[in-house]
Write a protein of this length. Sequence first.
Length: 179
Amino acid sequence: MFYISEIQTTAPAEFITPLQELVYTTLRDLHVPFERVDTDEAITMEDCKLINAKLNVEIVKTLFLCNRQQTNFYLFVTTADKPFVTKDFSSAVGIPRVSFAPVALLNNLLGTPVGGATIFGILLDKENKVQVLIDKDVLNEKWYGCSDGTPKGYMKISRDWITHDFLKYTGHTPAFIEV
């Protein structure tokens, strides 16, 4: 049986990664309310559906992509139910070709393991190497559901705060795209 904790509104007692600690420190320092759950590592869509039901939110799909030369990086946020089609994404962004960035780059640039990709990873991107691209369909939701930087922690937070205040705080200007 897939484990999901009760909903909590405080940071974990212990942090799994430096990014996770930075996420909760940032939220505390900026006085941003959130709800969160601890879980087993979410592997399947069924696991994600259980998390969604517990938090009453739709967890977004966050993909870390790059060009063939691995010189341009994209953090793409879309709805969980939307299939990712490379050709459609490339066309929407106006770039010739993208692929999933190597795991080592995900960890080095955004501080997350596979399964933990999150918008909060850009807290570590001080040089603005990563372009944030958000599917316009994400804007239809009041809440933003995402990983806390680990594949074992998920949260519900204001979508407006993420798309306006948080991105401005990190120095990233998102592009809102239709895919």
